[in-house]
Design a protein around this ligand. Structure first.
Ligand code: DGL
Length: 270
C-alpha cells in the first residue's frame, strides 16, 4: 500500500527548512507542503496562548492540503504547545523529543546544553525529557533570541564578525559549564552550525533536531506503509514576503526553488 498524500511541515518562518532539508534527504520521493509564517515570525517572544493560536492555524492550513502527517518544525511550538498534536486527525511529529534522546545517547561527559528561543528555554521541555530518561545527566539552558533575526536576515556566515561575537556572548555560560553536547533547540539554528563550532570547538557534538526528527518520520512512514514511491514535489506557502523566502530557501535547501512554487496565503481567519 502507498500513500501519495504530502507530508505537511510548518514553522514560524524559514527555520523549518532545516527540517525539510533532512526530510528530503531521508525521503526523496515524498511530496512536501511547507507553511512558513513569515508575516508573524518570530513566535519565540510571544505568549503561550498566541503561539498555540498560531500553531493551530498553521495546522489547519496544512490539513486543507490533505497531508498524511504534520511536522511542527518549530522548536518554540514543539516546546510550549506540546499538546497541540493531540486532536489532529493525522500523526504529528515535533522536534523536541527525538533531539533530546539523541543528546542523551551522544553525551560522554554527562553535560548537555540546550539553546533555543526565550519561550523554548522557559518551557524546560528538553531538560525534562533528558532527565526523565537519565536523571544523572546535567543540563544547562540558554536562550539566544538574536539568532532567529540574524538567520532571517541571511547573516549566518562563520566569517561574519557580528555573527561570531553574538555566538560568543550567548555561548559563554555553555563553554564555562563544559557541555560536550549541544541541542539546537530552534530549527533556525542549524544554519549557524559552522559559527557555533568555530566558537565551541570541534569536540562538541551538535544535535540537529531536523536530522533526528526526519529519521523518526521515515521509520514511521515505512512501519505504517505510508510511503510515496513516485513523488518528490515540494510546495511552499508563506504569510508574507514570498520573494525573500524564495531567495533564502534556495540557499538553505541548496537548490533552486521555482518561484511558482512559493505562494503567499492569508491564514488569519482559519
Ligand atoms: N524556528 C523557530 C523555532 O524553532 C523560530 C523561533 C521563532 O519563531 O521565534 O523555535
Amino acid at each position: 500500500m502507498a500513500d501519495k498524500r504530502p507530508i505537511g511541515v510548518f514553522d514560524s518562518g524559514l527555520g523549518g527548512l532545516t527540517v525539510v532539508k533532512e526530510i528530503i534527504k531521508e525521503l526523496p520521493n515524498e511530496d512536501i507542503v511547507y507553511f512558513g509564517d513569515t508575516g508573524r515570525v518570530p513566535y519565540g517572544g510571544r505568549s503561550v496562548d498566541t503561539i498555540k493560536k498560531y500553531a493551530l492555524q498553521d495546522e489547519k492550513f496544512l490539513l486543507s492540503h490533505d497531508v498524511k502527517l504534520i511536522v511542527a518544525a518549530c522548536g518554540t511550538v514543539s516546546s510550549v504547545a506540546s499538546d497541540i498534536g493531540n486532536a489532529l486527525p493525522v500523526p504529528y511529529f515535533e522536534v523536541v523529543s527525538h533531539a533530546s534522546m539523541a543528546a542523551v545517547n551522544a553525551t560522554k561527559n554527562g553535560k548537555i546544553a540546550v539553546i533555543g528561543t526565550n519561550a523554548t528555554v522557559k518551557s524546560g521541555q528538553h531538560k525534562a525529557t533528558i532527565l526523565k530518561e537519565n536523571p544523572s545527566l546535567s543540563v544547562i539552558n540558554c536562550a539566544c533570541p538574536l539568532f532567529v533575526p540574524l538567520v532571517e536576515e541571511g547573516w549566518y556566515s562563520e566569517n561574519d564578525t557580528i555573527v561570531l561575537e553574538t555566538v560568543r556572548r550567548y555561548l559563554k555560560p555553555i563553554i564555562d559549564f563544559g557541555a560536550d553536547t549541544l541541542i539546537l533547540g530552534c530549527t533556525h539554528y542549524p544554519v549557524l552550525s559552522k559559527a557555533l563550532l568555530r566558537v565551541l570547538g570541534d569536540n562538541v557534538t551538535l544535535i540537529n533536531a531536523g536530522t533526528t526528527t526526519a529519521k523518526a518520520i521515515k521509520k514511521y512512514i515505512y512501519c505504517h506503509n505510508l510511503e510515496n514511491q513516485n513523488g518528490g514535489e515540494h510546495r511552499f506557502f508563506v504569510s508574507d514576503k514570498p520573494d525573500y523566502f524564495k531567495e533564502q530557501a534556495s540557499v538553505l535547501l541548496e537548490k533552486d526553488i521555482d518561484m511558482c512554487k512559493v505562494e503567499k496565503v492569508d491564514i488569519g481567519n482559519l
